[in-house]
Design a protein around this ligand. Structure first.
Ligand code: CA
Length: 407
């Protein structure tokens, strides 16, 4: 079993509270991206909010800041990157103001988040985002009343997903489909429901599990239902090593970066591969849209990326308590990047922009530094960021200011 790498490196002795001033802000101020909450090189205490359970089930790829005792740190006001920060970093501000209407991003998770709608509204109003055009929450078969059991960890995952879609595409509608459990049987059922709904241009999956021969039985569920639809999935939070469903060759596997302000650069931001991002060559799945990767005939993970390092994490609002904590939390994990990329596709993509188009001139920031572990020298790019495609970050991160081929 792979262990969660970030937990091992998150050994900083500086309390997170000392680094995140609890400033009182108006909505406009909160959205103005005027403060930098992060200190380079400082690691925070973090933990996964979903436990790995058993073979045949996925775990969510969300990681929350905690105190030294492991209790999630909840604040009364936001800490971490908000929508304006993320739109600035990925040059999406003008598109986010004008695009996305009439498009729906679907989120697939396990279990019920009873406060999903009101928490989403709190996040959006706090940051001055418009009210979501449409938000629907349904079971894996589309019921609005027969919802699954509540799970506090997955509820935080759901809030993270809803907030990241909102940050990328404020004018998009959101469909939340809740699997009965974290089994791949239930989650894939939820995906089949989600992808068949009218207007759904992206289906985001912020969970995964290690590869096994049995994974292929679920692959067809993760194939887009209509042209231009993307199925995104987290690459994993355990460093080098592939996982399902990201590794399926019809899925956009979303890796992760560390994202920091860099005022001396033209972009204003710098990025490196996050050490926890998953990547790898599949043991079972054939390559499709990245046949030039070092994995040769096998599927290479990942395809694209966005911020996922919890040490440069994002602000999330969740009022369904998990281990006693509710409020504004700071999250990382490729559970942040997968829904964000789904939102970017909904914001900028066209009906013909397939996942394969990521490899034909997509407008991206190439990530060229950082690593997520050790891999064989012959496939070094699969675990080490460099010029062009690499495993931890794929082709790079969105650069929405230019041509939008690929998104
Ligand atoms: Ca690169």
């Amino acid at each position: 079993m792979r262990r969660f790498r970030t937990a091992a490196i998150a050994t900083a002795t500086i309390a997170s509270a000392a680094l995140v001033p609890l400033v009182t802000t108006t909505a406009a101020e909160a959205n103005s991206a005027h403060h930098t909450p992060y200190v380079a090189g400082v690691s925070h205490h973090t933990k996964r909010v979903c436990a790995h359970t058993h073979a045949g089930a996925g775990a969510c790829d969300a990681t929350v800041w905690t105190d030294a005792a492991g209790t999630p740190v909840a604040n009364a006001t936001p800490a971490g990157y908000g929508p304006a920060d993320l739109q600035s970093a990925y040059k999406l501000s003008s598109l986010a103001a004008s695009n996305g209407a009439g498009r729906t991003v679907a989120i697939v998770d396990a279990y019920d988040d009873p406060t999903a709608a009101q928490d989403l509204a709190t996040y959006r109003s706090t940051y001055g985002l418009p009210t979501v055009p449409s938000f629907r929450k349904v079971s894996q078969t589309g019921s609005t009343t027969a919802l699954p059991a509540v799970d506090g960890g997955w509820a935080q995952e759901i809030s993270l997903d809803l907030d990241m879609v909102s940050a990328a595409c404020p004018n998009c509608s959101i469909l939340l489909v809740e699997g009965n459990s974290a089994s791949f049987a239930d989650l894939s059922t939820a995906v089949r429901y989600a992808k068949a709904q009218p207007g759904v241009v992206a289906v985001s999956n912020s969970y995964g599990g290690g590869e096994s021969p049995g994974e292929t039985s679920y692959a067809a569920s993760y194939k887009p239902a209509v042209s231009g639809q993307w199925i995104t999935a987290s690459s994993g939070d355990s460093g080098y090593g592939a996982q399902s469903p990201a590794v399926f060759n019809t899925v956009v596997a979303v890796g992760g970066t560390s994202l920091s302000r860099a005022s001396s650069t033209a972009r204003g931001w710098s990025e490196s591969a996050w050490s926890g991002a998953g990547s790898g060559c599949s043991a079972y799945i054939a390559a499709t849209f990245n046949t030039s990767s070092p994995c040769g005939s096998k599927r290479a993970e990942s395809d694209v990326s966005a911020v996922a390092d919890p040490n440069t994490g994002v602000a999330v609002y969740d009022s369904t308590a998990y281990q006693g904590s509710a409020g504004w939390l700071v999250f990382g994990g490729t559970s942040a990047s997968a829904p964000f990329i789904g939102g970017v596709h909904a914001l900028a993509g066209s009906a013909s922009s397939s996942a394969a188009s990521l490899y034909s001139g997509a407008s991206v920031f190439d990530v060229r530094s950082g690593s997520n572990g050790r891999c064989r020298k012959t496939i070094a790019a699969v675990c080490t960021a460099g010029t062009g495609w690499d495993g931890p970050t794929g082709v790079g991160t969105p650069n929405g200011g230019g041509g939008l081929t690929g998104f």
